[in-house]
Ligand binder design. Structure first.
Ligand SMILES: [Zn+2]
Ligand SMILES: [Zn+2]
Length: 296
């Protein structure tokens, strides 16, 4: 099971309602995307175990996106953390010499992390000279087609035979060769994109094509578009446009500014969803602890 938890839905400055940016993915291990101030306490709150953290991906070097790193590393050090922790960060990031267990890797565009079941890639965003978004793509999964098994009278063969078929690509049943391709198909598995801070960007659209979940920043309302442009952030309308063009399945708005009322944000989503012909129910205003479960 893949568990996705939005740890911090705010941006720039924390508020009572919203913690600083962080998105967690729990699979066999935990993967964090950004690690804003106070993240470790938020991880406890949302029951994401520290000791299972495998990698932390820092999108860019604005402090609201990585100030929580040292607190977490120090806790791991004090708890005598065994093993390695990957920290991916843009060039310019330096780590103080205290944490031997950290393997620091500088971010580059392209595939940066390989797990047996998924890959993570980094892509450029339009925010800073060195700012990145991240895409997680689980590999397509091979599933058995029940009707094909039935047609070949294979629905009752022992589980071990299925295992062998998956491993060897073919098996012999009653003198007949059964090939993997005959009775299985590849099914697209889970994918998501976390943009972190960015202005409207065609590159984000390209990398978000057809993903199941798109976490897009939405710092401003459209009346403050001039601020969004000046500070290289997105408006809610920008995020909705990226969502529409990317054909992603669900949009979660993050990096929500505390300068607006919830009602103003809702009204804006309602207005622009209509204009862009998006189903409003596919758009979620991110909140701390928002959780999704996906099967791989
Ligand atoms: Zn930010
Ligand atoms: Zn930023």
């Amino acid at each position: 099971m893949i568990r996705i938890v939005l740890i911090g839905s705010g941006g720039t400055i924390p508020s009572i309602q919203r913690a600083m940016p962080c998105l967690a993915m729990k699979y066999d291990k935990v993967f964090l995307f950004d690690i804003g101030e106070g993240t470790q306490r938020e991880l406890i709150r949302h029951k994401v175990p520290f000791g299972s953290i495998d990698s932390i991906f820092i999108s860019h070097l604005h402090l609201d996106h990585f100030l929580g790193l040292y607190g977490l590393l120090e806790t791991l050090r004090l708890n005598d953390f065994k093993g390695k922790l990957n920290v991916f960060a843009p060039k310019g990031f330096k780590l103080i010499k205290r944490f031997d267990f950290v393997d620091l890797k500088l971010l580059e565009e392209g595939k940066i992390y390989f797990h047996k079941d998924f890959e993570i890639s980094a892509f450029k965003t339009n925010h800073e000279e060195s700012s990145f978004g991240f895409k997680v793509e689980f590999r397509p999964k091979r599933v058995f087609m029940k009707e094909k098994l039935k047609a070949l009278s294979l629905e009752n063969i022992p589980g071990l035979m299925f295992k062998k078929l998956l491993e060897k690509g073919k098996i012999i049943v009653s003198d007949k060769i059964i090939r993997l391709e005959e009775v299985t198909q590849l099914r697209k598995s889970f994918s998501m994109v976390y943009t972190s801070d960015t202005q409207y960007s065609d590159n984000v659209i390209t990398h978000s094509k057809d993903v199941d979940l798109l976490f897009h920043e939405a710092t401003y309302l459209s009346k403050d578009k001039h601020l969004a442009l000046e500070r290289k952030h997105s408006t809610i309308k920008d995020a909705l446009e990226v969502f529409q063009k990317s054909n992603a399945k669900k949009l979660v708005l993050v990096h929500i500014s505390n300068r607006y009322l919830e009602k103003e944000i809702k009204d804006e989503i309602c207005r622009f969803s209509k204009e862009l012909k998006i189903s409003e129910s596919d758009v979620i205003i991110g909140y701390d602890g928002l959780t999704f479960y996906y099967k791989h």
